[in-house]
Design a protein around this ligand. Structure first.
Ligand code: GUN
Length: 296
């Protein structure tokens, strides 16, 4: 795959080159076509479609948007989709019972419980109720453990999506200094592991890191998963850096923005928000579900 179709911003960095816009939407679209063929092939040989169940509890508007998009994409790529919407008042026991039923359902290969869950529900218990063999988020300790041990089943979707964007643009992390800003189980920690697996030298920075800029400024690749809108900008990166923005926030005037002030960047390459990492997260969810189906 080439980067010839990617749009380039006119703004030059200090070295005089334009900032390469890493177009996650285009990468996801290209991968989707390949995935659709693989799903059609699976369906023909196994006489069943791969199946993904998406469970949402409550009315969080952002979660509802994400879940609708996941459900729609599941059907579009040719998989069986089960969309389960539960009221905010659902008890932990009832949610566990549902997951246990889905664990035994032979038409379902992946179970995604949309996070965050309502406060009265213990997220760890719920995630751990999902059989690791049916965990396309790669979030169970079973799957995170395999990832850390170098025996990956599926990796969490967002960090996996970041690796695929870099791969698409031939940006190899091998031997590079990578700084991951954020240490969550869903992004920061698995991101660091995937970068390590790709032979990068990895630093994990977080909210307690002193002199963050000192770290990010020397990095070849910075993955920003701080969860803070517009947190980093031009000053925080060197002009040869590759900046990956994992943030997704809605502003007061209803615009979508990331953790990085994209427009002011003078770097080698960067992902925009929207249109960067976001579309890849859903694509990796689809790919992970097929991978789990193929293991049955
Ligand atoms: N909420 C926000 N992102 C995600 C995700 O990737 N998986 C799940 N299960 N919930 C989320």
């Amino acid at each position: 795959m080439t980067n010839q179709s990617s749009k380039r911003y006119k703004r030059p960095n200090k070295a005089g080159a334009p900032v390469l816009r890493l177009d996650g939407k285009a990468v996801a679209d290209a991968r989707r076509k390949v995935l659709q063929d693989k799903i059609a092939q699976f369906t023909q040989t196994r006489q069943r479609k791969p199946g993904l169940a998406v469970v949402i509890v409550g009315q969080d508007p952002a979660s509802q948007v994400y879940v609708k998009s996941k459900v729609k994409t599941t059907t579009e790529v040719g998989m069986l989709s089960k969309h389960i919407e539960l009221p905010e008042t659902t008890s932990q026991a009832d949610l566990q019972k549902l997951i246990q039923q889905l664990n035994e359902d032979k038409t379902i290969d992946g179970i995604l419980v949309q996070l965050p869950l309502p406060k009265h529900i213990d997220t760890t218990t719920i995630v751990e109720t999902i059989k690791p063999e049916k965990d396309p988020d790669g979030l169970t300790t079973g799957n995170l453990g395999l990832l850390m041990a170098g025996r990956k089943r599926v990796a969490p979707c967002t960090p996996q999506g970041v690796m695929k964007i870099l791969e698409h643009y031939n940006l190899d992390p091998k031997g590079k200094n990578v700084v991951v800003v954020g240490r969550s189980n869903i992004v920061g920690k698995p991101m660091a592991q995937l970068m390590l697996d790709a032979d990068a030298t990895v630093t994990i920075a977080h909210s307690q890191t002193k002199n963050l800029k000192q770290h990010t400024k020397q990095a070849d690749i910075v993955v920003v998963a701080a969860g803070k809108p517009q947190f980093l900008g031009a000053d925080d990166f060197n002009e040869n850096a590759i900046v990956i923005d994992v943030g997704i926030h809605r502003t007061q005037d209803n615009k979508v923005t990331g953790d990085v002030r994209f427009k002011e960047l003078n770097v080698r390459a960067a992902t925009p928000v929207p249109g960067g990492v976001g579309p890849m997260t859903i694509q990796m969810l689809m790919e992970n579900t097929l991978a789990l189906a193929e293991l049955t």
